[in-house]
Design a protein around this ligand. Structure first.
Ligand SMILES: O=C[C@H](O)[C@H](O)[C@H](O)COP(=O)(O)O
Length: 260
């Protein structure tokens, strides 16, 4: 794994440990560093998948900035959510869709978890279906994360593995999902909106069931296929073998890793 330090001098661990806390980078600083590094892969004339979330937002801002400075030209963006669509429109990024541009040069997006094989969990922001459709059509898929997203195995953070489902009989689907991963100690919860407790509704009019796993589920492809075979499931948030490049920003620098 190549390690490139952004500063002119690599800070020693001792220097970081003795720095006043306010000089340390915030998690958002790290997201921005990873995002700006990813935008270095963008070239004029590209059709780009525009990701969703707090990390991808920095990349889209940067693309908008480079377009306004004419350092990038002739870019077409395909947004992965209504939220990203709005952001890109506001920045004057020309937009299109998969119907018109079924092959994309590059997509840049964040992730909720990244395992050692560069498999991902995505969708804690609710956008997994459009992300998977768009990022599955890219010649290059650059994933940008701060180091807190790295896990030993998918589900290893103990946080949600999202599954998008149809609203019809959602309790039945949630119960089926939970029993599917019973051996991993799975608990399935319907995602609700903050504040009012109503079911969260995706851009596609669906619900999300979040799976909380206590153990490694093992074969991800088998698990993903089993989830998709369940009537009522639309898509799951495991992005298996899709990322081609991983950019991780941490306190000690930024690493860029390409999938062999
Ligand atoms: O649905 C949301 C997307 O999959 C995001 O890419 C993912 O949740 C990471 O978001 P953030 O960069 O805000 O951590």
């Amino acid at each position: 794994m190549a390690l490139a330090y952004l500063g002119s001098k690599k800070p020693t661990a001792a220097a970081i440990m003795s720095s006043p806390p306010q000089l340390l980078l915030t998690q958002d600083d790290l997201k921005k560093i990873a995002a700006y590094k990813a935008v270095e892969f963008v070239e004029s004339g590209m059709v780009l998948g525009l990701g969703t979330g707090s990390t991808a937002k920095h990349a889209i801002d940067r693309i908008g900035e480079l377009l306004s400075q004419k350092k990038l030209t002739n870019i077409i963006g395909i947004p992965t959510s209504t939220q990203t669509h709005e952001q890109a429109l506001g920045l004057g990024i020309p937009l299109s869709d998969l119907d018109t541009h079924p092959v994309l040069d590059l997509a840049i997006d964040g992730a909720d978890e990244v395992d050692p094989d560069m498999n991902l969990v995505k969708g804690r922001g609710g956008s997994l279906l459009r992300e998977k459709m768009i990022e599955g059509c890219c010649k290059k898929f650059v994933v940008i994360v701060d180091e807190s997203k790295l896990v030993d195995y998918i589900g290893g953070s103990g946080l949600a593995l999202p599954v998008e489902i149809v609203p019809f009989c959602w309790k039945f689907t949630a119960m089926k999902l939970e029993s599917m991963f019973m051996e991993a100690g799975c608990v399935a919860k319907l995602r609700v909106e903050n504040g009012n407790g109503k079911a969260y509704v995706t851009d596609n009019g669906n619900y999300i069931v979040d799976l909380y796993l206590k153990k490694d589920i093992g074969d991800l492809r088998a698990a993903g296929d089993a989830i998709l075979r369940l009537a009522g499931v639309v898509e799951h948030g495991m992005f298996i073998d899709m990322a081609t490049t991983l950019i991780v920003a941490g306190e000690l620098g930024v690493t860029v890793r390409n999938k062999c």
